[in-house]
Design a protein around this ligand. Structure first.
Ligand SMILES: [Zn+2]
Length: 318
């Protein structure tokens, strides 16, 4: 805009009504990325008023702090804002969250994301793990029909931790059943039905008890459990009232009656491993976060950063 035109604009502004002034202020506020994010977060409270402390819906506005609306709960008398009790609580630089989440969907490593979004490595780390808290817990609670189960293994890692208590894993060692007794491989069980409902869990052990603890009560009775030849699954199927189709992969029996196989879960594992390679080994401490991250991307249709942001607006389980 030329300086002359701008001066005209300023003069015109003098003729605005009070309501138009307010609208103009709002317009500028919401084009600012930080304000835009705040407005998006606060919309949740407007749509569904709820106190994060006692879940009462009887709340009132209680002043602003740092441009963020505070609320007072009339039931428990505690105050809160739109992010209280969510993974977003007390995180700064709101204007960059959505870009950061987009970067996560592009599987950016921590350091790359820090550089690209001009944040510190510490912030990059904090954000990533905050944004993964809820995804880590979002797994199928109920599976039915033809249900495939198998385990996969991840090298134990204390990456990022200063002290090393355990020996680092040997390179080139084959993953698989041989690894079951080794303490430097972490077993992960994945269970997936043909409706793509997916459940996975880090196992304390691959014993009958270890596996059963994770799947008990999660699979509809009389469903068909497909597993490899691992003996523990015989008992597990029995305990859960499931029909068992046991494949014998080493004998070349990969499919029974054309439909019973574990190829979906194995394909899932191979996608997971491929994706995990981006990160050159993840700390075992955060393995559940990475499992959740991948599970969410793999099982959500048209997943994008807005959906990831929406997840963050849920209250954390306490
Ligand atoms: Zn309350």
């Amino acid at each position: 805009m030329t300086p002359a035109k701008f001066n005209h604009l300023l003069q015109d502004l003098d003729h605005l009504t009070e309501e138009q002034v307010q609208r103009l202020i709002l317009h500028f506020q919401t084009t600012d990325p930080e304000q835009k994010m705040i407005a998006a977060l606060e919309q949740r409270i407007i749509d569904k008023p709820e106190c994060p402390h006692c879940h009462s819906g009887v709340i009132k506005r209680n002043g602003k702090k740092d441009n963020i609306q505070r609320y007072l709960c009339k039931n428990c008398l505690k105050t809160f804002s739109a992010t209280t009790g969510t993974p977003l609580a007390r995180l700064r630089h709101k204007a960059k969250w959505l870009d950061y989440m987009e970067g996560m969907l592009g599987s950016k490593v921590l350091r790359q994301a820090a550089t690209d979004y001009n944040i510190s490595l510490g912030t990059s780390f904090r954000w990533r793990h905050r944004f993964l808290q809820l995804p880590a817990e979002m797994k199928a609670k109920w599976l039915e029909g033809i249900v495939e189960a198998d385990e996969t293994f991840f090298a134990y890692s204390e990456k990022g931790s200063k002290k090393l208590n355990r020996k680092p894993h040997k390179r080139g060692k084959h993953m698989g059943k041989q690894g079951r007794s080794k303490e430097d491989w972490i077993p992960v069980l994945t269970v997936r039905d043909r409706g793509k409902h997916t459940f996975d869990s880090i196992l304390d052990s691959t014993s009958i008890k270890g596996i059963n603890e994770q799947i008990a009560g999660k699979i509809e009775e009389d469903s068909v459990l497909c597993s490899d030849g691992y003996k523990s699954y015989i008992q597990i199927a029995k305990k859960n009232g499931l029909i068992h189709k046991r494949l014998n992969l080493s004998a070349g029996i990969r499919v029974i009656d054309k439909v019973f196989h574990i190829q979906n879960v194995n394909a899932y594992h191979s996608r997971l491993k491929n994706w995990m390679n981006n990160f050159h080994g993840v700390a075992t401490k955060y393995l559940d976060h990475y499992l959740g991250w991948f599970r969410l991307m793999d099982t959500t249709e048209n997943f994008n950063e807005n959906k990831l942001l929406l997840i963050q607006q849920h209250l954390r389980a306490t």
